[in-house]
Design a protein around this ligand. Structure first.
Ligand SMILES: [Zn+2]
Length: 66
């Protein structure tokens, strides 16, 4: 099993932020919040573009279905 893909960065890195329905900046690809991918306290002003971050998923999640 090659888990090389798990370290592949999200393709949204280096792109401009997009916003969700609440107007919050999110990654255009994985749609995670700015605070999630850039860190807490970050703003669009201090982080005008999406920083590199890992792709979501592919890891075991603690919340199983049911
Ligand atoms: Zn992303």
């Amino acid at each position: 099993m090659t888990d090389d893909v798990t370290d592949r960065p999200c393709p949204g890195g280096g792109k401009n932020w997009t916003v969700d329905i609440q107007g919050r900046p999110i990654c255009p690809r994985c749609r995670r919040a700015l605070s999630t991918v850039a860190g807490k306290g970050r703003t669009v002003q201090s982080t005008p573009k999406v920083p590199r971050h890992e792709r979501p998923g592919r890891r075991k999640q603690p919340n199983e279905p049911r």
